[in-house]
Design a protein around this ligand. Sequence first.
Ligand SMILES: [Zn+2]
Length: 319
Amino acid sequence: MNTVLGPIAAEELGFVAVHEHIGYGMPGSELDTRWWKTPEQRYEETVPKLRQFAEHSQPYGGPTFVDATGICNGRDVDYYKSLSAKTGVHIVAATGFVGGDTALRFFADAPVDYLMRQFVHEITVGIGDTGSLAGIIKVGVSRGFRMKELDLRIYRAAARAALLTGVPIFTHLAVDVEPALAVFAEEGLPLDRVLFGHADDGVSQGKVNEAAILGGGGRIGFDTFGYDLELPDPPFWGRHRRERLEHFLRLVGEGHVDQVLASADANCSPLGWPGVKGHTVNYIFEQLIPDLQEEGVDEATIYRIFVTNPADFLTLTTN
Ligand SMILES: [Zn+2]
């Protein structure tokens, strides 16, 4: 398993927040003066959250924070390395793109083979000159809830890179999944190497073909836990807390516990947008796990959701 400070064994991952962000922003946001933050300000905002995450994780081992940011969205691996060294949190960095519409022109015009080589390079040689290897590949659906040609080109490149390197794939959004499933099938990538993310958000409901994902052996991401409509200023993708929880419990109750992964998709320090106040990675410990316990989910199941299953998913797997 690749972390920004080097490879670690699956057993060392411990508690995994599988889809999070140190800081996510749209390409170019770093040039918007309204949102400039000094490195010191970002550091000050981020370190206490990671330290708290490390403390909460102690009973489970770890902790591991998977940064699902990708190329062109503010990914800053030297910064992640320093955060990891300071807080003891394992940080996994992503190659790939959150969606075709955040890929800068240089990549948007590139053929599948070029994109595949870029991903493989970041996984096996390093991200830029940082010497750190990417541990996941991010892909996604552009705005509008429909897969575009560029999205599919990135999915295909990601599938090929995943097969060559053994790194798993995360998707941004699980809507319009049929073309994605077709690409993975054509490339011969087993679906347990893919986490179909944001299947739990408020705007995706009714648009996710869960039966096709689960039936094919794919994994479903309940990774926007905490973007609750009960927040003082909820985002447009928010959802009622009870409704999301019941949705999650339904899949667990139907026997899909090894196909679901949970996370908070929070920003430690957002880039170029205000973020969502009051929402951090620590929601997992402060609200989600207590909610699960109250609903009678036992410790062994919680361990599977946050330790065993993510370790299985993140472990480099080549067939
Ligand atoms: Zn995310």
